[in-house]
Design a protein around this ligand. Structure first.
Ligand code: SAM
Length: 252
């Protein structure tokens, strides 16, 4: 679905999934640092906003205590950790990711906080999830769907694992449309980030793949249409920080 953007060249020899896993394994140890640096810490605010939406949903559905949440493409587990930090204590979060390197960093962070009983991380692919239908009260996926090899299959799988009435929350980059944010964002994303990213992470491709994949990724109404075609209802989109990122929500 959409233009196929992969981190490295020769995509025929290695699937997008394999390339993406390799890329995140390569940058795992600098990922958190660069993430917060490049976004000036705004990514933390975006995650917090998504978690407030999650909290409201759980409170409304009386599922706050003992509810099961999946954090898809959990990476270094920032989203899961922030959820517990923001008071979602009585839930169990399962973080899933294809990159063992990112998961290792995430496990260290969770262990350091003594939260192993609340957050469990496992290797898995969004296109083929090892969970029964109707397992989770909600799922979150932050900056993950853009990297899926099969976007529609991933969205459909995550939908399948939700309980009826469960909430899906997708946080993803989008493109600002208005002056001067549009021009500033384009310059920053295309020139500043790849240069610093290459120096710090030592993976030149990772931070050119980022703007290319954002450029090619469906956003706004287009993305909500894809969510609807995968079974989500009442889809909504909230634009963040002048449209740099968006939160999409949908119900099973
Ligand atoms: C940009 S990171 C986001 C990590 C984390 N959610 C955050 O907010 O910082 C994207 C993550 O998606 C993972 N990923 C990409 N494709 C995936 C797939 N098909 N299934 C599971 N995880 C995937 C990558 O390994 C990577 O850790």
């Amino acid at each position: 679905m959409g233009t196929r953007i992969t981190p490295y060249s020769a995509p025929d020899e290695e699937s997008k999934k394999e390339q993406v896993a390799r890329m995140f394994d390569n940058i795992a140890h600098s990922y958190d640092f660069l993430n917060h640096l490049f976004s000036f810490g705004i990514d933390v605010l975006w995650r917090k906003k998504s978690i407030r939406i999650l909290k409201q949903h759980l409170a409304k559905s009386d599922a706050a205590v003992g509810s099961k949440i999946m954090d898809m493409a959990t990476g270094t587990a920032d989203f899961a950790i922030e959820a517990v930090r923001m008071g979602l204590n009585d839930i169990h979060i399962t973080g899933v990711d294809i990159s063992p390197g990112m998961l290792d960093v995430g496990r260290q962070k969770i262990r350091k906080r003594g939260w192993d009983d609340r957050i469990e991380l496992m290797e898995g692919d969004s296109a083929n999830l090892p969970f029964q239908t109707g397992t989770f009260d909600a799922f979150t996926v932050a900056f993950g769907v853009r990297n899926f090899e099969y976007l529609d299959r991933g969205l459909a799988e995550m939908h399948r694992t939700l309980k009826p009435g469960g909430l899906g929350i997708v946080l993803e980059f989008s493109k600002p449309r208005r002056f001067p944010m549009k021009q500033l964002f384009a310059f920053y994303f295309r020139f500043v980030m790849p240069t610093i990213g290459k120096l710090v992470s030592k993976d030149a491709a990772a931070y050119t793949y980022l703007p290319e994949s954002v450029q090619a990724f469906p956003e706004g109404d287009k993305f909500m249409k894809i969510m609807e075609s995968c079974g989500y209802k009442n889809c909504e989109c909230i634009a963040l920080t002048g449209g740099i990122a968006s939160i999409y929500t949908g119900i099973k």
